[in-house]
Write a protein that binds this ligand. Sequence first.
Ligand SMILES: [Zn+2]
Length: 283
Amino acid sequence: MKIGIISGSGLYDIEGFTGRKLVRVKTPFGAPSDAYVTGKLAGRDIVFLPRHGRGHRILPSELNHRANLWGMKKLGVTHILSVSAVGSLQERYKPCDIVLVDQFFDRTKKSLEHTFFGRGIVAHVGFADPTCGGLRRVLADCAREAGATVHVGGTYVNMEGPAFSTRAESHAYRKLGFDVIGMTNIGEAKCAREAEICYQTMAMVTDYDCWKEHEETVTVEMIIQNLAANAAEAKKTITLAVSRIVETDCACQNALATAFITDKKLWPAKAKRDLAPLLKKYL
Ligand SMILES: [Zn+2]
């Protein structure tokens, strides 16, 4: 088992992350956001990736999720904890709460960039339950133990950004029953599923977007302040969770078993070579 952590910012200095090494990975999909940091946390092998690169240099819609997840797969990662700042669309999710997302709604126009397939091989993975129930249960217990207010389940609407929502959009998302809003996780979750990696979003609420009357509308400053305010709980939650994740025969880890439509005899040699880390189990 190897655990990947993808995080916006603020988790570089997680206490107890030892034996750190920078590892660059080449992928058939271009460059990941940055070098991966491998090492040990709570006795487990860890691979960390700063989602937007060191210094936060990459826009949400510029993220190369395929490359980022490919690198994780190549480094042997089996489980990913994805830490992300989100806006709250419902009163009950307050700034500094944690939401363990169990659904996504895709408002991006980037589905072609959120799959490893094409290249002559057609595959459709199941995505009805886009995050991992096993990881969610572990994170829920650990977040409570770390003293966080945690909500188990919730729908994350993935807008494209980089501008924040208009008030009309924010109200519409609320009426549709969505819980939190962010700009990054749908692409990661889709690529993780195709890579047969268990994936769970740990959404850190930083603001009330712009729908709430008598409340300041979201600003970058607000997001950074509230992320800093609950960084200690987030780090504690992650460290506890890393020590407690157990190997299970999870459906996420066999997502491709029923996904292929293209006859294997027709799989192009180049695609087989390029996608070998995903396909070798099925060749
Ligand atoms: Zn899983």
